[in-house]
Design a protein around this ligand. Structure first.
Ligand code: HEC
Ligand code: HEC
Length: 384
C-alpha cells in the first residue's frame, strides 16, 4: 500500500494508543521473560485472565499458551503450522500470529484511495472483529481453542476462580452481576492488558538504532536499505520501517492493510489432515481470508507487524514457511520459480509489488539479518 494512506491511518493509531507512547524505548529487558512494567488495575486484572489456564474447557489452556511472551506473544511450537486447542486432537485453521504491538491496530474501517476501497485495521487475520475488545471473547468460546460452552459458563468460571473481589474493585460492585455486563468487563480487562506496555516495549536493537543509541552491523544496514528500496525488497511499501515524521512515532512494520501474496496451500497444516466436524471439506478446504468477511476480498490477509518476527516462526497465515530465508525467497521468486506452486486463492493476487525481486542470496541474507534486529529485549552493549 502507498504512503499517503499510511499517514492517514497512523494519526488514528496515535490517538488510539494515547499515553503509552511516552514511555517507549527503554532498551533493557530480557526477551525470555514477560516484561516487568507497572500495570494499572484493569491491565493487571487482564493479565491474570490472560495467563489463567483454569478458564478453558477442559482446563489447561490460557491465552498465553498460544501467545507466549517468550515467543514474541505467538505459539511456542515453531514447526507446527497451527495450534492444538484445549481439546486434544483439535487444531485451528490458522497459524498463531504474534499479538505484540496489537494495541496499535486501528479498529476496522475503510478508506477510499484513487477511487478504490481499502480496508484498514480490525482483528484476526481476516479482519472479522472490529475492535480488540470484541476480539477477546472469541478464542475463549472457540471449540478449537479454549472451548468454553457459552458466555454464562465463562462468567461462572471467573467467579469460581475467585476473581470477584478484583472485578468489584476495578469495575464496581455489580461488575459480574449479569452476563452481558460481565462479558463487557472481562473483555475490557483482557484488551487493556494487551494494550499495555508489556506487549509493546519498543526495545529492539532497531529501536535503539533509531534512537541513536547503537549501530547496526554492515550486513544489517544493507538489509535495511534493501528492505526499504522500492527497486529491491520494497518491503516497506506494506511494512513501514521509518519513524512517522508528523508524530515522531516509532514504526510498527505494518500499514494494517490487507493483501493476497499468492501463497500456496499448506498441506502440512494439521487442520487439513484432521477432518473433523469443523472441517468437513478436509484437504478441499480453502482459506478465503477477508473474503469470508467482506465480499470480493478473497485471499487477502492483514499485513502483520514484523516486530519480534525472529521469535514467531512458522510464518504466514497458514504457517507454510519455517524460516525467514524461505519467506523472503518466496517474495523474491514467486513468479519465476515453479517450486512454490499455485496460489491457494488466485483472486486478488498482488502481481505488482512482489514476486520477482531479483535479489541475490546474500541480499536475502542481509534482509534476514535486518529482520532479526526487530526482536524486543535488546541490551545496548556497554561502551568502554
Ligand atoms: C489455541 C491457540 C490460541 C489461544 C488459546 C488463543 N489464541 Fe489468539 N489467536 C490464535 C490464532 C490461530 C489466531 C489467528 C486466527 C485468525 O485470524 O482467524 C489468533 C488471533 C488473535 C488475535 C488477533 C491478532 C490480529 O492481528 O488481529 C488476538 C488479539 C488474540 N488472538 C488474542 C487472544 C486472547 C486475548 C486469547 C485468550 C482469551 C487468545 N488469543 C487465545 C490462537 C490462539
Ligand atoms: C504488498 C504488501 C507487502 C509487501 C510489499 C511485503 N509484504 Fe510481507 N506480508 C504482507 C502480508 C499481507 C503478509 C501476510 C500474508 C499472509 O499471511 O497471507 C505478510 C507477511 C510477511 C511475513 C510473515 C509474517 C508472519 O508473522 O507470519 C514476513 C516475514 C514478511 N511479510 C516479510 C516481508 C519482507 C522481508 C518483504 C520484502 C521482501 C515483504 N514482507 C514485503 C504484505 C507485504
Amino acid at each position: 500500500m502507498n504512503k499517503t494512506v499510511f499517514t492517514k491511518f497512523i494519526s488514528i493509531a496515535v490517538l488510539a494508543a494515547g499515553s503509552f507512547i511516552i514511555a517507549a524505548c527503554s532498551p533493557n529487558q530480557s526477551p525470555l521473560k514477560p516484561q516487568s512494567v507497572a500495570l494499572n488495575a484493569s491491565e493487571t486484572l487482564g493479565k491474570s485472565l490472560f495467563f489463567d489456564a483454569r478458564l478453558s474447557s477442559p482446563a489447561g489452556q490460557s491465552c498465553a499458551s498460544c501467545h507466549s511472551p517468550a515467543h514474541g506473544f505467538s505459539h511456542p511450537k515453531r514447526e507446527q503450522a497451527t495450534a492444538e486447542g484445549a481439546v486434544k486432537g483439535l487444531f485451528g485453521n490458522r497459524n498463531v500470529p504474534t499479538i505484540s504491538y496489537i494495541g496499535f491496530t486501528p479498529d476496522l474501517h475503510k478508506i477510499t484511495e484513487d477511487g478504490e476501497t481499502l480496508y484498514i485495521g480490525g482483528f484476526f487475520l481476516d479482519g472479522r472483529e472490529k475492535t480488540l475488545q470484541d476480539q477477546a471473547i472469541q478464542p475463549i468460546l472457540n471449540p478449537l481453542e479454549m472451548g468454553v460452552k457459552d458466555e454464562a459458563s465463562l462468567v461462572k468460571k471467573i467467579k469460581a476462580a475467585g476473581y470477584e473481589p478484583e472485578f468489584k474493585k476495578v469495575y464496581g460492585p455489580d461488575s459480574l452481576d449479569n452476563t452481558r455486563l460481565a462479558i463487557q468487563n472481562i473483555t475490557n480487562a483482557i484488551a487493556s492488558y494487551q494494550r499495555s506496555k508489556e506487549l509493546s516495549p519498543f526495545n529492539s536493537k532497531y529501536d535503539a538504532y533509531l534512537a541513536g543509541k547503537t549501530q547496526l552491523t554492515k550486513k544489517e544496514q544493507l538489509g535495511l536499505q534493501l528492505f526499504e528500496a522500492e527497486d529491491k525488497g520494497n518491503c516497506a511499501a506494506c511494512h513501514p520501517s521509518k519513524i512517522d515524521k508528523a508524530s515522531g512515532f516509532p514504526p510498527l512494520f505494518t500499514d494494517y492493510s490487507y493483501d493476497n501474496l499468492g501463497l500456496p496451500a499448506n498441506r502440512k497444516n494439521p487442520f487439513f489432515n484432521n477432518p473433523t466436524q469443523y472441517n468437513p471439506l478436509s484437504s478441499g478446504y480453502k482459506d478465503q481470508g477477508m473474503g469470508q468477511v467482506i465480499e470480493g476480498e478473497n485471499g487477502k490477509f492483514k499485513v502483520p507487524t514484523l516486530r519480534n518476527i525472529a521469535l514467531t516462526a512458522p510464518y504466514m497465515h497458514n504457517g507454510i514457511f519455517n524460516t525467514l530465508e524461505e519467506a523472503v525467497s518466496f517474495y523474491n521468486t514467486r513468479d519465476t520459480d515453479a517450486k512454490w506452486g499455485q496460489a491457494e486463492i488466485e483472486k486478488n493476487v498482488n502481481k505488482h509489488e512482489l514476486g520477482d525481486l531479483k535479489l541475490t542470496d546474500s541480499e536475502i541474507d542481509a534482509i534476514v539479518s535486518f529482520l532479526k534486529t526487530l526482536s524486543d529485549g535488546y541490551q545496548i552493549p556497554a561502551i568502554n
